[in-house]
Design a protein around this ligand. Sequence first.
Ligand SMILES: *Cc1c(COP(=O)(O)O)cnc(C)c1O
Length: 297
Amino acid sequence: MNQKITYELPNGISLEIKREDLLHPFISGNKFRKLKYNLLQAKAENQEAVLTFGGAYSNHIAAVAYAGKEQGFKTIGVIRGEELGDKIAENPTLQFAQECGMQFEFVTREAYRFKIEADFIANLQQKFGSFYLVPEGGTNEYAIKGCEEILTEEDATFDFICCAVGTGGTISGIINSALAHQKVLGFPALKGDFLKDEIRKFATNTNWELITDYHFGGYGKVNEELIQFINQFYKQTQVPLDPVYTGKMVFGVIDLIQKKYFPNNAKILLIHTGGLQGIQGMNLILKKKNKTLIEVE
Ligand SMILES: *Cc1c(COP(=O)(O)O)cnc(C)c1O
């Protein structure tokens, strides 16, 4: 569903937002798209369990936990950060996943770096038995196929399509289904140059670009300006944004509009990839630091 954004914009520019965050009450936005064909594949392989990886506030972990419960899979989450095992009650994301029946394997940050090594996986198989493995962030060829369904015929009129980037899976699907006259702009939520290569692995078109100026210091990092922007954008448009991904992307697009990056009369589509479950966890962190909270409800 596309929603017009009523915002004062210069030079005849118009903005709409695709509310992928409303696809499902718990499996928000792009994680729903990324899991769809993975879970069909897990069923086709007769797997009873799905194992995946993520950080403390991961949207992907929450999505896998809920989708597993809904579709009758056991779920196992390999979580980065050994210390979190004692702190599930203080972490809304892990608590939610646990309530959905997810089993956790907490590993040190050091060990987590080796999570795609054969030894590491073999150890997990010994402990948990056979499972279907979904990579961190859910990105693989099945995920790309799901994300190719984000754009539809009604989107043909847009000149620019903008989305947040984490592992690059979502934007790859969007790039593959974008039309030749459209340009896809990705806004990485983290620092790092590896993303372009990741995207080239999956994307078949070349009409895309990464805008790397809006990561706000790195993955999960925020500042007062960003939080204030998210709150003000919500007041003005009633569209809630998350602080890790969509908030940074929309901040970037509005900033670029003001800096005249886009041509006059450009029609811009923002992809709301969801992630709103992360707000609660971020607010707990902000509260501890006596910072401004995210107020989007
Ligand atoms: C995971 C996530 C992304 C990043 O998606 P990738 O496919 O990893 O690039 C963007 N937005 C939200 C809300 C997410 O949860």
